[in-house]
Design a protein around this ligand. Structure first.
Ligand code: SAH
Ligand code: SF4
Length: 372
């Protein structure tokens, strides 16, 4: 059972809800707009930091809402400080991972501040190459927990001297479309109060077909990324067990319909695993498939995880795989933050190995060095 705080979360209260609350507390209605914008200022970590509100109003309001549903329980940096990995603690002491990444402006492309958020504590899909898949599903995140991770990523970027969050990717722990209602609600908040354009948000799915249909009907037109990893059902059944319920043809048909309805090009994710899905036949099948649906392909060499003998392919094999994809738009994604266990669920797994994370998902108090 999830013990949730009874007070509503400020980050997911809409205009009508805020106005009603203001009315009930005798706060002038025009304050509702200030309160709605407050959580999205990078330097605002508590309601007390919202200096344009009178002190009395802040304390009245603070007692009625939750300013944040997540707090930073641990932080690690990598890539000379450009990747900040956060372990976020939730109400029931469970933790999820959030990553904030700074990409400086280069040539014609502007700087980016990307927040990579978790949608669930763990995941039920169970992909064998994924650290999150190995822990099973503990519970889904609420919409407020998802958007509050974006806020914490923004604070982290600000603390490290960078600009605001400009992009959000749902590529942390969990399967966002197995938690479709909260994911969709969070997308409305991010494109509404947080002011992030839908084209700068990516939802990555392992292939929950009914979830894609729902996203198409109910969410703002965000970019959809399909974690394909295999171009034949036989191999995909092993790599993404959800494929048995929603095989490749059904997934591609739902993705195609999403692309036509939203006008958004689909991304296809391919975690390249040495000796598993790096054959020339898989590459050729991927090329055909990507060309038929006009998708952009992201190839991510597998990050090693504890307890698996799988890993990235030999560089020459990877080169030949990529060569087969000519004619398709391909990006080879660097595994940002490799030195802080970058792939999904890995920071958590490494804390667990060091016994800083208890088996029930709660963090043990920081250990003080002997003699300190
Ligand atoms: N559940 C969703 C979103 C979270 S996983 C999904 O599967 O799409 C985000 C991405 O990280 C997915 O493309 C997933 O396949 C990839 N991933 C997971 N474990 C990985 C690993 N060990 N190395 C590289 N990529 C990994
Ligand atoms: Fe779940 Fe995605 Fe990991 Fe698969 S890759 S286990 S769907 S989080």
């Amino acid at each position: 059972m999830v013990l949730m705080h009874p007070a509503p979360a400020l980050s997911t209260l809409d205009d009508a809800g805020l106005r009603t609350l203001c009315g009930r507390l005798g706060i002038p209605e025009y304050r509702a707009a200030q309160l709605r914008a407050a959580p999205w200022q990078p330097f605002v970590a508590t309601l007390d930091d919202v200096r344009q509100l009178p002190t009395e109003l802040r304390s009245t309001f603070d007692a009625q809402v939750r300013f944040s549903t997540a707090t930073v329980a641990a932080e690690r940096t990598a890539d000379a400080g450009a990747t900040i990995k956060l372990l976020c603690g939730l109400d029931d002491s469970l933790t999820v991972e959030t990553v904030a990444m700074e990409t400086p402006a280069r040539g014609a492309s502007r700087r980016r501040g990307t927040a990579c958020v978790s949608s669930q504590v763990g995941c039920a899909v169970g992909c064998p190459f994924c650290a999150t898949g190995r822990m099973g599903l503990r519970r889904s995140c609420t919409a407020a927990e998802i958007v509050d991770q974006v806020r914490l990523a923004g604070h982290a970027l600000h603390r490290h001297g960078f600009g605001p969050v400009t992009h959000v990717v749902y590529m942390g722990m969990g399967e966002p479309l197995a938690n479709a209602a909260a994911t969709i609600e969070s997308l409305h908040v991010l494109t509404g109060a947080a002011g992030i354009s839908a084209r700068r948000i990516t939802v990555s799915t392992s292939g929950v077909v009914p979830g894609i249909t729902r996203l198409q009907r109910e969410a703002p037109p965000v970019t959809l990324a399909i974690s394909l990893h295999a171009a034949t059902d036989e191999l995909r059944n092993r790599l993404v067990p959800l494929n048995r319920a929603h095989p490749i043809a059904a997934l591609l048909s739902a993705a195609g319909s999403y692309a036509s309805a939203t006008g958004r090009r689909i991304s296809v994710e391919w975690c390249l695993i040495g000796g598993v899905n790096d054959s020339l036949q898989q590459a050729q099948a991927l090329r055909e498939l990507a060309r038929s649906c006009g998708a952009h392909v992201n190839v991510i060499p597998m990050n090693r995880i504890e307890g698996s003998s799988w890993g990235p392919p030999d560089p020459e094999v990877a080169r030949q795989f990529l060569h087969q994809l000519r004619g398709v738009q391909v990006t080879v994604r660097d595994t940002r933050g490799g030195d802080v266990d970058a792939a999904c669920g890995q920071l958590r797994a490494s804390l667990e190995a060091r016994r800083e994370l208890r088996p029930d998902g709660t963090l043990s108090p920081p250990r003080t060095a002997v003699g300190a």
